[in-house]
Design a protein around this ligand. Structure first.
Ligand SMILES: C[S@@+](CC[C@H](N)C(=O)[O-])C[C@H]1O[C@@H](n2cnc3c(N)ncnc32)[C@H](O)[C@@H]1O
Length: 273
């Protein structure tokens, strides 16, 4: 007779997981159809094919936002519980002109309420990680200093060095950041608090910290944006494709040899999110 298997320890989530919300944005794992099309055809071909469907005003708006995109300040969130907080962090990051946001899903799947993001997640590079160590290692390899945030940390955000790319990690609404995540970072920093309340709400702390760091980093760089010309060109192709409904299918048909005229009536420009 087979021996009964002893019970195996399983990592318990640090807060009960919310039910999957059908109205929540779930961050995709890796490149999507637009990224794959640009990688295959090159940004020049994609921009040339879509330019007739993007108005001059929209192209100018895209170029202005691209010129202000900042890649060297990024937020990282671990085990966000509330989809409204997840969405608020994305929306704030995008509005500040930040290029990237990392989500760590140690115990909870990241979700963001669509009613709050209002599509703005599409203009950002969101990266998902199964654990904090892999995320922090990747950011270190890309040249970032990585700081954990914690209400009681003695080192305050105002004194953090912004002369190199910087990532700040925010924790779960209930438990904050795990000790292992804090240990993997280059240090822990706090936002000053002067009232009776002991911590800020997660999305509020992300807004306060990212706004301050983005502003100081831009002042240090002497420039509002820091994407390379190659990054800007590739993102321009992606954002054109996001603005034209059915862009991937249309370009595939052009590449497959159909006449431009036979597909020219199909795409429609998308409204702003
Ligand atoms: C509601 S707080 C979690 C509170 C939790 N009891 C703790 O002590 O970390 C959620 C997250 O917001 C950030 N946060 C809140 N207040 C902060 C402060 N004063 N300084 C730095 N980060 C703060 C941290 O990332 C924290 O993990």
């Amino acid at each position: 007779m087979r021996k009964a298997r002893p019970p195996q320890p399983s990592p318990a989530p640090r807060a009960p997981a919310p039910a999957d919300d059908p109205d929540a944005v779930v961050v995709p794992r890796g490149p999507d159809a637009i990224d794959r099309m640009i990688a295959r055809l090159g940004p020049d071909a994609v921009i040339a094919a879509l330019a007739p469907y993007v108005t001059a005003e929209r192209a100018a708006r895209i170029d202005a936002v691209l010129a202000a995109r900042l890649a060297s300040v990024v937020g990282v969130v671990e085990d966000v519980y509330d989809p409204f907080n997840g969405a608020a962090v994305i929306r704030t990051s995008e509005a500040l002109g930040l290029h990237g946001l990392h989500v760590i899903e140690t115990g909870l799947r990241f979700q963001a309420a669509k009613g709050i993001t209002r599509g703005c997640h599409r203009w950002m590079q969101l990266e998902r990680w199964p654990g904090a160590a892999a995320c922090v290692d990747a950011l270190h390899a890309r040249g970032f200093a990585v700081y954990a945030t914690a209400p009681g940390a003695t080192h305050q955000i105002d004194t953090v060095d912004v002369s190199r790319p910087i990532a700040v990690v925010f924790g779960n609404e209930h438990a904050g950041l795990p000790a292992a995540t804090v240990a993997a970072c280059d240090g822990a920093i706090s936002l000053p608090m002067h009232g009776f309340t002991q911590s800020f709400n997660l999305s509020v702390s992300a807004a306060l910290a990212l706004a301050q760091l983005a502003s100081r980093r831009r002042a240090h760089l002497g420039a509002i944006g820091d994407l390379t010309p190659t990054q800007i060109h590739t993102l321009r192709a992606r954002w054109f494709a996001l603005k034209v409904r059915g862009a991937v299918g249309m370009i595939e048909r052009i590449v497959a040899g159909e006449t431009h005229a036979s597909v020219a009536t199909q795409p429609h420009s998308r409204d702003n999110p």
